[in-house]
Every structure is written in C-alpha cells, then in structure tokens.
Design a binder for this molecule. Structure first.
Ligand SMILES: Nc1ncnc2c1ncn2[C@@H]1O[C@H](COP(=O)(O)OP(=O)(O)OP(=O)(O)O)[C@@H](O)[C@H]1O
Length: 364
C-alpha cells in the first residue's frame, strides 16, 4: 500500500512540494534543520492526523500561515487508489477527506495508510510507561482483527462510566453492574485478541531479531492487566473497596503491558542504547512483516527518522537489509546519504531526495 503521490503545503519549514516516491526505498538526506523530519512528519499526519513531535498540530503549521495541508494517493492491494487529504488551521479545525468524503474518524485513516514509525523516541517503547507498549500491541491487533476497535470503544466507555461512579464515593453497587458487565465482556474480548496476536507476533519477532542482532536470553511476555488465574469479574469484585477508595478501576486491559527481559532483567536496564534501538526496530519490523503475512496481505509504510545514529556499519546494513526484505515502502532520513547508499541491492527501486532550507529536490 505505497504512497504513490504526496503533496505538502505549509508544514514547518517545507516549501510547497509534490513528490512521486518510490514504492520501496526512499532516502531523504540533508543538513541539520533542513526539513527531513518535517517531511516524515507530514506523512505521519496523513496516516494518523497527528504529529509524532508534538501533541498538538498547531506548531506544525508554518509560521505566518493559517493552515497546513497534506494530500496523498495510496495504492491499494485490491487495486485502485485511495486519496487522502488533511488540513488543519490555527483555529484547530480539522478536515480529513478520504476519496472525497469526510472521514468518520482517524481509525479510517489508519486503515487506508498503516504506518510504522522508527525514530529516536521509539526507545521509549522499552523504557517508557506501559501505555506505549499497549499502543504498540494494539496497533497490530487493530490491523489484523476488525472486531478490536468496537470492543476497545466499548471498554473505554464502560471504564469511564465506572470510574466516574467510583469518584462519587458511597454508591450503590447495583449502579455499577451494567458498566461492569460491559467492561468484563469487552475487556476479556480485548485480552483474547491481544493474546492471539502476540502468539503470532512472537516467532516473527524472534526471527527478525535474530537477523538483526545477537542478543541472548531476550524474552517478550504479556501481562494482561489482571490476575492470570482469575476472571475479570471476580477481580473487579474483590478489588471493589480499593477501587472506591482510589476513585478508579485498577485491574483490567487498560493495565496490560508487554515485558521485555534479558535473563530475567528489564531489557531497558541492561541493554546498550544501540541494542535497545535494534530491539525496538525488530519489534516494529516484526509487526510490518506479520501484517503482510496475514490474510489481507496489507503492507505498512515505514518512516525511519535518522537511521544511522547510534548504529555501527554492520548493524546499519543489517537493518537496511531487513527493511528491504519487507517489500514495503520505506522513507528513511539521514544527514549524509553516503552513509546508506551502499546498503541496497542493485535492483531495489530506490529514490533519493535532498532537502536544503525546506526545498526538496529528487536527486535519483
Ligand atoms: N512551524 C514552523 N514553521 C516554519 N519553520 C519551522 C516550524 N517549526 C519548525 N520549523 C523549522 O523547520 C526546520 C526543519 O526542522 P526538521 O526537524 O525537519 O529538520 P531536520 O532536517 O530533520 O534536522 P535534523 O537533522 O537536525 O534532525 C527547523 O529549522 C525548524 O526550526
């Protein structure tokens, strides 16, 4: 599902541009501050309606401009092209159009243009809060299980209602019953989806990691958010007094986590920065590989910001080989194109773009 055409207007320092990227490898080079990350950011906005650099889109809009726009054409597996347009102005008004229609939500965008981002912040996947790892896991579940999104929406609603009743204090237990029933049903469904997905992901992850790095004793395991031996209904019941005292629900799939350990120790505390980067790359590449192996055979687009940093030549080449083997579209930014130019097979379609003061020029 490559992006066959991309137009960007008033995003950060970028001059208005239309690009026809390669369906495979796209190298974006240029000096610091030239606009390489901004280009990746524009593609990210197209797939998710948000930036990966700031929680708000306001800072992305070019100084002195009132709005920014990103437009893209995405070739679909079934044939045909999906046209996506996103614009956002300083009054925080959004417009998301897919094939000329207003999109129902950002999940529709994610479905048309599945994206995987690998950037320096991706380290947080190992060292950061469980929320990041849940988001990682749910990205995969969302793309392979169409019943996940409605279940997740039901979970959010029932949790919100239960928590708001808990915060009132001294409440009738019966008031919670309908929300708890909904929470248990959707929560157990989500847990089953996550477990099933992880079972498929694990061997792919292990094989990708084996191709990328030599890290012995690394294990990936799943904590579902409540006691493995007991049903969620029983756990909610037994923890009710504590939930009431704290004013929120402690157990449930909203507490799920992935645990990465090396010989029993937290991977973030024992691996080097470079090794952590390789593990995170393996996790993301494994998701992309699994997605294309699944029934619907969908490919995601990889955005890799500043690939060479912290990786030696050998690992850089191994990572490029893996990205190349995916048959996906990849956008990679780097300061110096020479650092990556020898990493590709001669017959892999490769386009090179050079960015200078916000001007993007295709050089190959
Ligand atoms: N809203 C904005 N309008 C105009 N320019 C902006 C805006 N926000 C940031 N900039 C500028 O855009 C430039 C491009 O930044 P970007 O992060 O894309 O560069 P880069 O090529 O990825 O750099 P590096 O190699 O240092 O990571 C920076 O000089 C930044 O100051």
């Amino acid at each position: 599902m490559p992006l066959s055409r991309l137009s960007v207007t008033a995003v950060r320092n970028l001059h208005p541009v239309t690009l026809l990227p390669s369906p495979r490898i796209n190298l974006i080079s240029g000096p610091n501050g030239s606009g390489k990350t901004s280009l990746l950011e524009a593609i990210h906005i197209l797939g998710l309606a948000r930036s990966f650099r700031s929680t708000r889109l306001q800072p992305v809009i070019q100084y002195q401009q009132d709005s920014c726009t990103v437009f893209g054409e995405v070739s679909q597996v079934a044939g045909g092209v999906s046209k996506i347009g996103i614009s956002r102005n300083r009054q925080a008004d959004y417009e998301i159009r897919i094939n000329g229609q207003n999109a129902r939500g950002t999940s529709e965008l994610a479905d048309v243009l599945p994206l995987q981002l690998i950037n320096p912040d991706s380290f947080r996947l190992l060292e950061g809060a469980p929320k990041q790892r849940r988001q990682y896991l749910d990205w995969g579940v969302f793309h392979v299980e169409h019943r996940f999104l409605p279940a997740w929406q039901r979970l959010q609603k029932s949790l919100k209602q239960r928590n708001s009743l808990l915060r009132r204090g001294r409440i009738e237990r019966s008031l919670l019953a309908p929300w708890e029933a909904e929470l248990v049903a959707s929560g157990e469904q989500i847990d089953a989806f996550r477990q099933e997905y992880l079972q498929q992901l694990k061997p792919v992850f292990e094989s990708v990691l084996g191709e990328l790095a030599d890290i012995d004793g690394l294990t990936l395991s799943y904590f579902r958010g409540w006691d493995r031996e007991r049903g969620l209904a029983e756990v909610l019941d037994s923890q009710f007094d504590r939930d009431l005292a704290l004013g929120h629900t402690q157990a449930g799939p909203q507490r799920a986590d992935l645990r990465l350990r090396v010989n029993g120790m937290n991977a973030a505390e024992v691996l080097s920065r470079g090794q952590q980067k390789l593990v995170v790359c393996a996790m993301k590449i494994a998701q992309g590989r699994l997605l294309s192996l699944m029934e619907r055979q969908r490919d995601c687009v990889f955005l890799v910001d500043d690939l060479p940093s912290e990786l030696d030549r050998h690992h850089r080449q191994a990572l490029c080989r893996l990205l190349e083997s995916l048959d996906c579209q990849v956008f990679i930014s780097c300061v110096d194109a020479d650092s990556l130019s020898e990493c590709w097979q001669a017959d892999t379609p490769l386009s090179m773009f050079h960015v200078e003061h916000g001007h993007i020029v295709q050089t190959e």
